[in-house]
Design a protein around this ligand. Structure first.
Ligand SMILES: C[S@@+](CC[C@H](N)C(=O)[O-])C[C@H]1O[C@@H](n2cnc3c(N)ncnc32)[C@H](O)[C@@H]1O
Length: 276
């Protein structure tokens, strides 16, 4: 499902001046349930099916092995129950249920009714659903990911939770298909470690945020113990990257953000930043 009022900010190609229009399909109460969207400038069409708008079509968008594992059938289904419900408790060594994490992200992003928010690398939609629930019918949230398996599961969970105005798109965070200054804020849970080019994603995020817009990131720090470093060296062969606090601050600053002081819990960081 995709909210019709988001079509005006979608740019099939960066040089496009116009958004997409619906050429065929089913709509109900401002939602496109399924159908085909058309770019008047490039002439391309993009399907809305399986609960999301597919802006990548035949492109995978994946540029490392870690990304490709998210394409496996079942990856989406297992992600939250097998990993996400306990991930931060394991990584921080503290009691860290999802509610605590979601509270921190919502505070850092300063989610406010009436806003429009982007979830970068949304997987099964944990942050997307939480923001949609906070906003109710007063705002929009759009989760993007490259993995059809994750997006299918995110769509299923959004339908089941009856979260507010949550839309999903298959899109590459390194080339955000949205007009400049389209969003009030953006969130990113764990995905910075998986993007092929994290600095590029941050620059793109700055472009699509309004001046003063907020970015909230949860991610994993570079390990400081020999065992942790060995494990991370192994994971790095699949394309996952780990960051030092200084590197995170530097990437944010260079991308055009003013970073808040970093919050660190064990191996996990929370970064808030304001778009200059
Ligand atoms: C660690 S998971 C995200 C978890 C999710 N944000 C959460 O909080 O539960 C990383 C996700 O980023 C997606 N991803 C990787 N590269 C991407 C890209 N270039 N653009 C969009 N999504 C990407 C992967 O498919 C995967 O679902």
């Amino acid at each position: 499902m995709f909210r019709k009022d988001l079509l005006s900010i979608v740019r099939a190609s960066p040089s496009d001046d116009e958004g997409l229009s619906l050429i065929e399909g089913t709509e109900e109460d401002g939602w496109i349930l399924h159908g085909a969207l058309h770019s008047p400038e490039s002439g391309e069409t993009f399907p809305v099916r399986n609960g999301y708008l597919d802006l990548l079509r035949r492109r995978t968008g994946a540029d490392n092995i870690a990304n490709l594992t998210n394409f496996l059938p079942g990856a989406g289904r297992g992600y939250e129950p097998l990993w996400r419900v306990r991930s931060l408790t394991l990584l921080t060594g503290e009691s860290f249920p999802n509610e605590r994490e979601l509270g921190i992200i919502s505070d850092l992003a300063r989610v406010e009714r009436g806003g429009r928010y982007l979830d970068l690398g949304c997987s099964a939609g944990l942050y997307t659903r939480s923001i949609a629930t906070d906003l109710g019918d007063g705002g929009e949230v759009l989760g993007i990911d490259i993995s059809p398996s994750m997006l299918g599961e995110a769509a299923r969970r959004i339908r089941k939770s009856r979260a507010g105005r949550a839309s999903l798109a298959r899109a590459d965070a390194e080339d955000l298909p949205f007009a400049d200054e389209s969003f009030s804020g953006a969130v990113c849970g764990g995905s910075l470690n998986e993007f092929g080019d994290a600095s590029r994603v941050l620059r793109e995020t700055r472009r699509v945020l309004e001046p003063g817009g907020r970015l909230a990131i949860m991610g994993i720090l570079r390990a400081t113990t020999p065992n942790g470093r060995r494990l991370q060296r192994f994971l790095s062969t699949g394309g996952i990257k780990f960051f030092d606090p200084d590197e995170i601050r530097s990437m944010l600053t260079h991308a055009g953000f003013d970073p808040d002081p970093l919050q660190v819990h064990g191996a996990v960081f929370f970064a808030g930043a304001t778009r200059r």
